[in-house]
Write a protein that binds this ligand. Sequence first.
Ligand SMILES: [Zn+2]
Length: 146
Amino acid sequence: MTNFTYTQGEWKEGADLPEWLDNEDHSDWLSRAGFRAYTSTKFGNNSEEIKIYNNENGNFHLAEVVIADDVTHVLISDFPSLMMFIRDFGSSFSLSEIQNEQEGIRQMIDKFFRLYHGHDSHNVCSKCDPHEWQRLQEMKKNRNST
Ligand SMILES: [Zn+2]
């Protein structure tokens, strides 16, 4: 696992963090590293997310960045660094969560449409989109006449 230290916009490879042992619980490792394991702030969804943990004294922070199956730990040196980190990276991870949520809502609307109207929402008929239906009929007529 690669660790980084982030200090007011500056990235440095490596961080003063204990090794995460094989078979060690994530929360045990967090506690051993000095972070409050059960309170975190999250940006993003489960496959692309940033989780931020505060240390016991609240003077430095840990960002756990998950992209696909890879986890990267970023030790954030102080509060101004935390604000910069969230400003620069939080929103793009939140955006992927919003996209995910919207996709879920769209799929549900598609299912309702199919259930109550009887055909797929990508298709049209004379009832649900009479103008587009008319246009398609004209196109068909023209294609058949040439
Ligand atoms: Zn229809």
